[in-house]
Design a protein around this ligand. Structure first.
Ligand code: GDP
Ligand code: IMO
Ligand code: MG
Length: 435
């Protein structure tokens, strides 16, 4: 995957949950570092290795390989309690953590979580159906310059100064705006965060310095995206997005590496589509086939357990993802889930009133009303695990012809080559596409 490249990035090309974790885990052997650059524990990345399921929310997906350095960049918002429980979980499995956390990453506090739920609830139809992990309010504090960074947490005096102000500000805000009396114990939270700081301190450092030095010394870096293009705060389906930039460019601000150091960008695409949360999704299949995809693909949120809304690949959306991310290749996942379908619809454009739309609209009104125009491609027979094992050994050319036609159609329509095909959740159920 790396070849002569110094860095590679894996990001979600759709609405999140495309299988980024699996792809990262597969590619990690070629990397020295796996680095996350945005989001927090709204992410849920699932890895399956030898039948064992690992769920990750904050620690990068390279963690299962011995010696790989896993890094949490400054663009992230980190709930220390969640991070520590994830660390405990891996350490209890005998996995030694080689981890670096950016001193500039922001900290999620309990009132962020309370506010997240209240604000999203208040917004109703204009909400995003957030994961209720405090992500939006933590990023809002960062933008407003009231946030607490990892480095602040490490210094009890500074933490006290900033925490006192922030807690009081939140208390007043909640009371004035939402008529809520905050029921949190200020001192208890303070004490527990001071304890979290003690546990995290050995891992906290200057991420930009270390990652840039590593690149200059010939180390290979894999950047791990969270969420997906349509959840990007600028380029996604705003306001039904997350609160960070999720597209490829975010790695520059989220780690502190220059754009000249980004070599390849792999967009992960589910062979159909899923979305968890609120807002228009033009190609959602609110019918028996949508239910079939959900059950067959086990489309239930890794973070919240919510049923995912399922539908079909949307080429208007995908071409847009290729453009805003500058994707150099696609990794298509969950192709196995489509087995046994007679026809597979794929949206090539939208219809709005009497006109056709081929570029993704920013207009919420258009997003709500446009209807997908589908081309139907032939499906292929269901393939058993045993058959897939043989196919994987033989490589891409062994895939059924109709499956290859479907994949080629996506490739042609997006003008982006496919570099990887995933046909099962297991690490080994992966086919690299050689040029
Ligand atoms: P992420 O957030 O992008 O990392 O994706 P998630 O882990 O939230 O969701 C993807 C789900 O699909 C996980 O349960 C994976 O184990 C599973 N998965 C990944 N690739 C494949 C595949 O090719 N086939 C099947 N059947 N499952 C897959
Ligand atoms: P991974 O990394 C899918 C969605 C939520 C909601 C919106 C905002 O596993 O692909 P937030 O809690 O971020 O403020 O919620 O974004 N969302 C995700 N959907 N996968 C994710 O992450 C997501 N992270 C957030 O459902 O609609
Ligand atoms: Mg996920």
């Amino acid at each position: 995957m790396f070849g002569k490249n110094r860095t590679a990035m894996v990001i979600g090309a759709q609405w999140g949950d495309e299988g980024k974790g699996k792809v990262i885990d597969y590619l990690t052997p070629d990397a020295d570092y796996v680095v996350r650059f945005q989001g927090g524990n709204n992410a849920g990345h699932t890895l399956v290795v030898d039948g064992v399921v690992h769920k990750l929310h904050l620690i990068p997906s390279g963690v299962l390989y011995k010696g790989k350095r896993v890094v949490l960049g400054n663009g992230m918002v980190i709930d220390p309690e969640v991070l520590i429980s994830e660390m405990d979980n891996f350490e209890s499995k005998g996995i030694k953590l080689n981890m670096l956390i950016s001193e500039r990453a922001h900290v999620i506090l309990p009132f962020h979580i309370i506010m997240d739920g209240m604000i999203d609830e208040y917004k109703g139809k204009l909400g995003a159906g957030t994961t209720r992990r405090g992500i939006g309010p933590a990023y809002a504090d960062k933008a407003e310059r009231s946030g607490i960074r990892m480095i602040d947490l490490m210094d009890t005096k500074i933490f006290r100064e900033k925490y006192d102000q922030l807690f009081d500000l939140k208390k007043k805000t909640l009371k004035c705006l939402y008529k809520e009396n905050i029921k949190l114990n200020k001192e208890e939270i303070f004490r527990s965060y001071v304890n979290f700081a003690k546990r995290l301190k050995p891992y906290v450092g200057d991420v930009s310095l270390e990652v840039n030095t590593a690149i200059d010394n010939g180390k290979k870096i894999l950047f791990e995206g969270a969420q997906g293009t349509m959840l990007d705060n600028d380029h996604g389906a705003y306001p039904h997005t997350t609160s960070s930039n999720t597209i490829a460019g975010a790695v520059c601000t989220g780690v502190g590496v220059g754009p000249t150091k980004i070599d390849s960008i792999v967009g992960v695409v589910k062979a159909y589509l899923s979305r968890v949360g609120t807002g228009p999704v033009p190609t959602e299949a609110k019918n028996r086939l949508g239910d079939h995809l959900r059950e067959r693909g086990q489309e239930y949120g890794t973070t919240t357990g919510r049923p995912r809304r399922c539908g079909w690949v949307d080429l208007v959306q995908l071409r847009y993802a290729c453009r805003v991310n500058g994707l150099t290749s696609l990794a298509i996942t969950k192709v196995d889930v489509l087995g046994g379908l007679k026809k597979i619809p794929i949206a090539t454009k939208y219809k709005y009133k009497s006109s056709y739309i081929t570029e993704l609209p920013a207009d919420l009104n258009l997003q709500r009303q446009c209807k997908p125009v589908y081309k139907e491609l032939d499906g292929w027979k269901d393939i058993s695990d045993e058959e897939f094992k043989k196919i994987i050994t033989g490589g891409y050319k062994e895939l059924p012809k109709k499956m290859r036609t479907y994949l080629k159609f996506i490739e042609d329509q997006t003008n982006t080559p496919i570099s990887l095909v995933s046909v099962g959740a297991e690490r080994t159920s992966t086919i690299e596409v050689k040029e």
